[in-house]
Design a protein around this ligand. Sequence first.
Ligand code: FE2
Length: 391
Amino acid sequence: MTTTQSTSPGIDSADQSDPLHLIDVDHVRFNVGNAKQAAYFYANCYGFDISQVSDLTTGAREEAQYLLTQGNIRMLLCTGLNASSQASAHVNRFGDGIKDIAFTVFDAKEAYEQALRNGGESAIEPTVHEDSSGSVTRAAIKTYGEVIHSFISREGEYALPALKSGGCFFPGFEAKNYGINAYNKEHPCGLMYFDHCVGNVEEGRMNEWVQWYEEVMGFSLFKHFDDQDISTEHSALMSKVMASGNHLIKMPINEPAAGLRKSQIEEYLDWHDQTPGVQHLAFRTDDELSSVAELRRRGVDFLHIPDEYYEAVWDRVGEISEDRELIKSLGILVDRDEEGYLLQLFTMPLQDRPTLFFEIICRRGSQSFGKGNFKALFESLEVEQQRRGNL
Ligand code: FE2
């Protein structure tokens, strides 16, 4: 199995003259109720290394933060150390969830100012964090709900290439050597980088946010699915996939569509204070079967795919290189489009509220999102919604 790929698509085409040219997904920040415990959950179940920590022992007084890494994925778990911290307020309202999808850029201040000129709203003014090793500049704008996009630029020992090889994340962080990291090296889960990040917005507002990503962030429409594509007998949604200029990151935006019963997007909004937010993060692997097998061995709870799905799937998908019986026994979804095929699987919600979950995706030519799986998938999701009393 390929365990790491340090480069996400798009980096080689970096254009320094465009302030909003995104070099990489710098990190995704989660606000959580207890970062110390959450770090162990993501490390043990999903194979993330607990790499660096900023907490009371390193001089932090407001928030404790844990940097989790795997391949080129950096997740920052953040918890308030007192009632007045922004992380505490966020968790009180939404439970654990994603606050920030942060992008590395050449100049964070310039990217921020360009985004404001494009109509974006400020969340955090440019701030330089520095020490004798170098500096990190951070500024942020608001996107849907309470989510923000930070722009991060890095100098000296904080530069992105150094960070990718284990260098320091931010001034004030200290590297820690947790035992789980050695275990993860022996038992890799093979997650390489962020493939896409999906937001749920309110009914009727998808197009506003599509326009926002076009105007403020310079993204463009990559794919479009309507309620004819994504519907079951009971519920439907509409989705537009926005892509950054270099296709580094894809950000599908979902809104509920009218159905007989409650859609999964409505269920999300009901348990997320009727506020838009991040529904799922998709991690890319080169070997779906090995990744899912290892994640299952570690106890990850995936969406149950009914046996009937496999009675129809091979006619739809045709020849693939992976073993069909193994795919069925691991409960993996498969889809094909004109460019190739993909394998994917969705976890159950990562917390008690039915909000954020992960997707594990492997692409064999296909640049799509599993449209052919939507109906099969939604029928499975509805069984789970029914079990939670939310259908
Ligand atoms: Fe997805």
